[in-house]
Design a protein. Structure first.
Ligand code: PLP
Length: 362
């Protein structure tokens, strides 16, 4: 076992955090850097806290190479509130938006948006249980659409966009809840990027929104104040009390990512981990991955034995071996190993070893 008898947690979210970060948080917990208090108890209007949030933003900007004409917001309401905030703020001209439906979260986002305007699904892989990701081009998009919406990584189905759709002048909006900071990315290709933190960044409670400045300030007058991006942009994410502790932990994760060599190194590690696992599954006679090869996620690896009872047995026995939360989403069953940034290579190796033994003993 690894230190502190920690298990390998393959949960889709909330999920593992880097041990180094947890140790820093533990050391800071009772007395944050000589302030005599924990971050949980600190006024968000204090100098100490202002430094924490400013550094978190600066480090995220550095890691993702976010240009100056984008705002970085730390909001509440989870990923789900963005399903409403995006259409409320971005349906600013034609009130039309085009959605690519590649999984449950994308579908929820689409459904929510239909409350606000003329929303169209321009591509979907639902008929094939979302096992692949459609290729869309500028021709698929309505020329007067206010934005195009995608989900870059499909947490439940284990797929990802392996390309950034070309949408011309129409802003591309992306839900990156389950793959933000996992690989290098050109932020300038997007109008809005957002992510709930509890998959790849921090504990639950904070949602990161990266938004181009010209897309701010278009919420209708009757929009609830909290749901207007402008109020948060104008107030440095401190219009009201922010999720202070979650932002602090996110900041420590950003510092950790910088210390290992940034997103480039994180991507190298993620690709290596995912490759190891897919390589094993692809040669296995027992396990298989239902997802189209070119669209496979490097964050959520979905696999099955083809026998639902055997899948259950696998999940139960893995748990006893310290490999927990390997059941697939309740909507599709099977298995899913979420191997986000914080899952060490040793965790994936331990999973593969366990799968080999299970296969041999079957
Ligand atoms: C988990 C998830 C969500 C929902 O996040 P909540 O914070 O639970 O609202 C949205 N989109 C994707 C891609 C997710 O993985």
């Amino acid at each position: 076992m690894n230190s502190y008898d920690r298990i390998y947690n393959f949960s889709a979210g909330p999920s593992m955090l880097p041990l180094e970060v947890l140790e820093t948080v533990q050391a800071d917990l009772l007395n944050y850097k000589g302030s005599g208090q924990s971050v949980m108890e600190m006024s968000h209007r204090s100098k100490e806290y202002q430094r924490i949030i400013d550094e978190a933003e600066a480090d995220l900007r550095e890691l993702m190479n976010i240009p100056d004409n984008y705002k970085v917001l730390f909001l509440q309401g989870g990923g789900t509130l963005q399903f409403s905030m995006v259409p409320l703020n971005l349906l600013r001209n034609s009130k039309k938006a085009d959605y690519v439906v590649t999984g449950t979260w994308a579908k929820k986002a689409y459904k929510e948006a239909t409350k606000f305007g003329d929303i169209r699904v321009i591509a979907s892989s639902e008929a094939d249980t979302f096992t692949w990701v459609p290729k869309i081009t500028a021709d698929d998009v309505r020329p007067d659409a206010d934005y195009v919406y995608i989900t870059t990584n499909n947490t439940i189905y284990g797929t990802k966009f392996n390309y950034v759709p070309e949408t011309g002048d129409i802003p591309l909006v992306a839900d990156m809840s389950s793959n933000i900071l996992s690989e290098e990315l050109d932020v300038t290709k997007f109008g809005v990027i957002w992510a709930g933190a509890q998959k790849n960044v921090a504990p639950a409670g904070v949602t990161i929104v990266i938004i181009r400045e010209d897309l701010i300030g278009h919420a209708p007058a009757e929009a609830p104040t909290y749901l207007d991006y402008k109020i948060h942009a104008d107030n440095g994410s401190m219009y009201n009390t922010p999720p202070a502790f979650a932002i602090y932990v996110a900041g420590e994760v950003f510092k950790y990512l910088k210390s290992i060599g940034g997103i480039k190194e994180m991507e190298r590690r993620n690709v290596e981990k995912a490759q190891m696992l897919y390589d094993y599954i692809d040669q296995s006679r027992l396990f298989s991955c239902p997802v189209a090869k070119e669209d496979r996620s490097i964050m959520n690896v979905v696999f099955v034995t083809g026998d639902a009872d055997l899948d259950k047995k696998f999940v139960a026995e893995a748990k006893e071996a310290g490999l927990v939360n390997l059941a697939g989403h309740r909507s599709i069953g099977g298995m899913r190993a979420s191997i986000y940034n914080a899952m060490p290579k040793e965790g994936v190796e331990a999973l593969i070893e366990f799968m080999k033994k299970f296969e041999e003993n079957k």
